[in-house]
Design a protein around this ligand. Structure first.
Ligand code: SF4
Ligand code: SF4
Length: 335
């Protein structure tokens, strides 16, 4: 009996912590995360405006929120699903009646009209089904599976938990289940707190994998100069700046080697390098056989050698095209 009352007391303390100070800490962390990003973007806009790079400002302002990137044409349905998913992801917590009442009753004393519960239900189910689809894609498609780590699966599940617990809470679905039913509100708040803290330190970043040849196609296709190429000595470095990236995916879709990937990452350390260009890939350069200058990526040169056959110069331009296209197919299949 004594043991169970001790466990109860500990649980009650945890509940008080989860529904009190932890909620404030999570909200404050999110606010700080948003403010840091807003300040960073404002500084970026000022700098771009000074250099008259208005296209970069427009891309940075609307690139992330409007589906007008080149990649939309390639993966139209998937990207529309992503956009609706993200709109609902932010709208549900903001326009849910229960949340608005909480904010009204807090010291903020703010109120705005909530969305009808039926709409919230539909949007929540959309979020949950989308997450299942995202998970299923990662499991089914080999290329996605190979690019994913256990953290990617973890993020997807963690993102869904506040929505799942919120839905179960609103409908009382598990009310009769011992412990879980009576504490669903606490589980909902706890999962929301974890997700909020994660969101404060969440970044969508470009990563470049080993098979990169340093061709530079991704850099040429980046609409906001988030990627830059710099040759230093015998190395070609690809530098990347988080704050500039609008996660449009152009670099991913253009990469002939499937080396560029967009990933969600979480960590305080990413804030430290958020505003700077940092090296994300380095490849070796080859020397010019005549003047001894480094001038092209070794891997790129190797690839060109593989594509061009010995008798290349002895065939007409049309046959060269066919021959090179055939070689690309073979290489990509091998890849
Ligand atoms: S990531 Fe792809 S497109 Fe970019 S340099 Fe490497 S191989 Fe080229
Ligand atoms: S780095 Fe890639 S994803 Fe980011 S803005 Fe440039 S092209 Fe788009």
């Amino acid at each position: 009996m004594e043991d169970s009352s001790l466990v109860n007391e500990i649980w009650l303390l945890l509940v008080l912590l989860i529904e009190g100070p932890l909620l404030w800490i999570a909200s404050l962390t999110l606010v700080i995360g948003i403010v840091v990003r807003l300040v960073g973007h404002t500084l970026l806009f000022i700098k771009a405006a000074k250099n008259c790079k208005f296209w970069i400002i427009i891309n940075n302002l609307f690139g992330m929120i409007l589906p007008y990137h080149k990649i939309v044409k390639k993966k139209f349905y998937l990207l529309i699903l992503f956009y609706i998913f993200h709109i609902f992801l932010f709208s549900i917590p903001l326009w849910l009646n229960g949340h608005i009442i909480l904010i009204e009753e807090s010291f903020l004393n703010l109120y705005w009209s909530p969305l009808p519960d039926a709409w919230i239900d539909i949007m929540t189910l959309f979020i949950l089904i989308s997450l299942v689809i995202f998970l299923a894609r990662k499991c089914i498609f080999a290329d996605l599976r190979n690019k994913s780590t256990y953290k990617d699966y973890f993020f997807v599940i963690l993102t869904g938990l506040p929505f799942l617990t919120g839905y179960l809470l609103m409908h009382g679905t598990l009310n009769n289940v011992i412990f879980l039913g009576t504490n669903m509100l606490t589980f909902h708040i706890l999962s929301a707190e974890v997700t909020i803290i994660m969101a404060a330190f969440l970044f969508c970043q470009v990563r470049i994998k080993e098979m990169c040849t340093g061709c530079g196609a991704c850099i040429c296709n980046c609409p906001v100069s988030a990627l830059k190429l710099k040759d230093i000595g015998e190395n070609r470095n690809i530098n990347y700046r988080d704050i500039s990236c609008i996660c449009c995916g152009s670099c991913v879709s253009i990469c002939p080697e499937n080396a560029a990937v967009l990933k969600h990452v979480v960590g305080v350390k990413y804030f430290l390098s958020y505003f700077e260009y940092k090296k994300i890939k380095s490849v070796d350069l080859a020397l010019c056989q005549k003047c001894g200058m480094f001038f092209v990526s070794k891997r790129q040169m190797e690839k060109i050698f593989n594509l061009i056959h010995e008798n290349y110069l002895q065939i007409c331009p049309k046959c060269r095209e066919i021959s090179v296209a055939g070689s690309f197919l073979v290489i990509n299949r091998k890849g």
